[in-house]
Design a protein around this ligand. Structure first.
Ligand code: GAR
Length: 218
């Protein structure tokens, strides 16, 4: 079975990376991780990659004078491993339009909100503050604007009355761990493609069950 070659880019703990590693351990999964790259030497995700026997590399942005110099090296590393799809998984470095352009429709990101709401940081705290009923997470193709691009998958997660930023982050993260491997599977199996600003799907159940919160009394 031909497997799509992934790079996973991280900056931190790497629980989403772990979800991808676990998915790739299934022989029938249509992708494999060729390399994990962190922009921070102390990212725990690098240990996760090494434990799984995956090439783990650090391209420390602090070693480069400009964003472009950093990205040139990053691009070379990805090319060295014949990467076909770049998965940003808690990679907390903005990428230039030039780099994003080189990986157009071949780079995806996971973000902890229901995009296009709550781009940027502190998504859960802002959603709780606004009193919205659902938080969530999104996997999308990357475009030069931050947290922008055609949406592949989303999960909506109800916000409880006593929700805190931490409790919501934990709940959403468990959905992220389901979402990311499934989104990669859709890409790897050719079941999703970009058309204009949107994704279109083939042979894929988009679901039909709505959520209401608070739940109606009858
Ligand atoms: C995840 O919640 C991911 O959605 C978020 O960082 C966390 C990384 O966790 N990404 C962003 O906020 C990007 N805009 P992890 O290192 O345990 O996968």
């Amino acid at each position: 079975m031909r497997k799509l070659k992934l790079a996973v880019l991280i900056s931190g703990g790497g629980t989403n990376l772990q979800a991808l590693i676990d998915a790739c351990n299934d022989p029938s999964y249509p992708a494999e991780i060729a390399v994990v790259v962190s922009n921070r030497p102390d990212a725990y995700g690098l240990e996760r990659a090494k434990s799984a026997g995956i090439s783990a590399e650090c391209v420390d942005h602090k070693d480069y004078e400009t964003r472009e110099d950093f990205e040139d090296i990053l691009h070379d590393r990805l090319k060295d491993h014949d990467v076909e799809l770049v998965c940003l998984a808690g990679f907390m470095r903005l990428l230039t339009a030039t780099f994003v352009g080189k990986w157009k429709d071949r780079m995806i990101n996971i973000h902890p909100s229901l995009l296009p709401s709550y781009k940027g940081l502190h998504t859960h705290a802002r959603a709780i503050e606004d009193g919205v009923r659902f938080g969530g997470c999104t996997v999308h193709f990357v475009r030069p604007e931050m947290d922008d691009g055609p949406i592949i998958m989303q999960a909506a997660v109800p916000i409880d009355a006593n929700e805190t930023e931490d409790s919501l982050a934990k709940k959403v993260l468990t959905y992220e761990h389901t979402l990311y491997p499934e989104a990669v599977r859709l890409v790897a199996e050719g079941k999703v493609r970009v058309s204009g600003q949107k994704c279109v799907f083939k042979d894929t159940d988009l679901g039909s069950v709505g959520l209401i919160s608070p739940v109606p009394a009858n």
